[in-house]
Design a protein around this ligand. Structure first.
Ligand code: SAM
Length: 331
C-alpha cells in the first residue's frame, strides 16, 4: 500500500456513527461529564458516583476518549474543554438533555431510505401535527443551543440600551431568547406565540428567571394567529424556517413585516447553507432531519432568505454568524 491509499477508518467511523450517539447519550444519562467535572477520574470512582457497573463505566470512558470528549491526563480521566462547557449539567449551554433525546430518536433514521424515495415523511410529518407532544420533549432539550445566538443577536440589535422595546417571538419554545433579552434590557417586554403546553413551560422558566412579569404568551398556530399591525419593535423566528417551505416562510415574513413598527427588525435564526450548498457541514446534514419530519422543510440558502425577505417587504437583509446557526436580520 502507498501512503496515498485510503483506509476504511473514516468510512467505518461514519457507518458506526450511532456508537457515538449511544456513548454520548448514555454518558449524559448517567451525568458522567458532571462527575468528571466534580473530580471523579477513574472508572471505579465514576461507577461509584453514577451508580453504574464498573464494566459499564470503563466502556463509556473508552468510547468518550474515542470520540474526543474525554482525555487521559497522568492516568486519570477528565473532560475536554468542549465537554466541560457543553455537557456538564446545570451550565446554561448544557446539551446533555439533547444528547439523551437524540439517543431516543436514533431508531427513526432506519426509515430514511423509504423517506428519501418518497421525498418526505412516510408516517406523520412531526412538525405539521398541531400541538404535538414531540415539542414538549424537544423544546427544553434544545434551549441551550440558542444561548449563543440570543447573545449575539442582542449585541447586533443593541438591545441592552434600546429602552422599552416590545418583542414578538414566533414559536419561542422554552422562551430562551425572551429570558436572555429581558434580562439584558429591564425595560423590554416580550410576547411568545406557541402551542399552549409549550407556553406553560416557557412561562414557568421565565418566572424562575425573574422576568415573568414582562413575558406574555399567546396560544395558537402561527400560520393563522393574527400578529397585529405596527405593534412590535423586534420579531423573532428562530429555528422555525427549516420546518416550513418557501411559500409559508414568505407568508409569515410578510405578516411579520406588517406586525413590526416602521424601522423594526425581524431576527431569523436557523441553520443556513451557502448558496452553492458546499457547506457548512452541520446545516447541510440537518436537512435529513427535516426530510424525515416535515413535508416541505429543509435547510435554506442565504439567497433563499434574501429573496423571501425582500418579497415580504424588507429592504435591508444582513447575515451574522452564530455557529452552528446564522442570524438573518431584516429591516
Ligand atoms: C425547533 S423549536 C424552536 C424553539 C425556539 N424558537 C428556539 O430557537 O429555541 C420550534 C418551536 O415552534 C413551535 N411550533 C411549531 N410549529 C408551530 C405552529 N404551527 N404554531 C405555533 N408554534 C409552533 C414548537 O412548539 C416549538 O416550540
Amino acid at each position: 500500500m502507498t501512503d496515498h491509499q485510503p483506509t476504511p477508518d473514516g468510512v467505518l467511523r461514519l457507518i458506526n456513527g450511532y456508537w457515538a450517539t449511544g456513548v454520548v447519550g448514555a454518558a449524559a444519562a448517567h451525568s458522567l461529564f458532571t462527575h468528571l467535572e466534580d473530580g471523579a477520574g477513574t472508572a471505579a470512582e465514576l461507577a461509584d458516583r453514577a451508580g453504574i457497573a464498573l464494566r459499564g463505566a470503563q466502556t463509556l470512558l473508552d468510547g468518550l476518549v474515542s470520540v474526543g470528549l474525554v482525555e487521559l491526563h497522568e492516568g486519570r480521566y477528565r473532560n475536554t474543554p468542549e465537554a466541560s462547557v457543553y455537557l456538564v449539567d446545570g451550565k446554561p449551554t448544557c446539551l446533555s438533555g439533547f444528547a439523551q433525546l437524540k439517543l431516543k430518536h436514533m431508531g427513526g433514521l432506519a426509515g430514511l431510505p423509504d423517506v428519501v424515495r418518497a421525498g418526505g415523511p412516510v408516517q406523520n410529518a412531526t412538525t405539521e401535527v398541531a400541538d404535538n407532544p414531540h415539542w414538549e420533549e424537544i423544546v427544553p432539550a434544545i434551549a441551550a443551543q440558542s444561548v449563543t445566538a440570543a447573545g449575539a443577536a442582542a449585541e447586533v440589535l443593541g438591545l441592552a440600551g434600546a429602552g422599552p422595546v416590545s418583542i414578538l417571538d414566533v414559536g419561542g419554545g422554552s422562551g430562551v431568547y425572551s429570558g436572555i433579552w429581558l434580562e439584558a434590557n429591564p425595560a423590554a417586554h416580550s410576547t411568545q406565540l406557541d402551542w399552549e403546553p409549550i407556553n406553560a413551560i416557557a412561562r414557568r422558566l421565565q418566572e424562575e428567571r425573574g422576568v415573568g412579569d414582562r413575558f406574555t404568551t399567546v396560544n395558537g398556530d402561527f400560520h393563522t394567529t393574527d400578529f397585529g399591525t405596527a405593534r412590535y419593535d423586534i420579531a423573532l423566528y428562530s429555528h422555525i424556517a427549516h420546518q416550513e417551505g418557501a411559500e409559508d416562510n414568505i407568508a409569515v415574513f410578510s405578516r411579520l413585516r406588517e406586525a413590526l413598527k416602521p424601522g423594526g427588525a425581524l431576527v431569523v435564526c436557523d441553520y443556513v447553507v451557502d448558496d452553492d450548498r458546499g457547506g457548512p457541514a452541520l446545516p447541510l446534514i440537518f436537512a435529513s432531519e427535516m426530510l424525515l419530519k416535515s413535508k416541505r422543510g429543509g435547510t435554506w440558502r442565504r439567497s433563499d432568505y434574501h429573496e423571501w425577505l425582500v418579497k415580504a417587504g424588507f429592504t435591508s437583509v444582513t447575515f451574522h454568524s452564530a455557529p452552528p446557526a446564522t442570524l438573518v436580520i431584516a429591516r
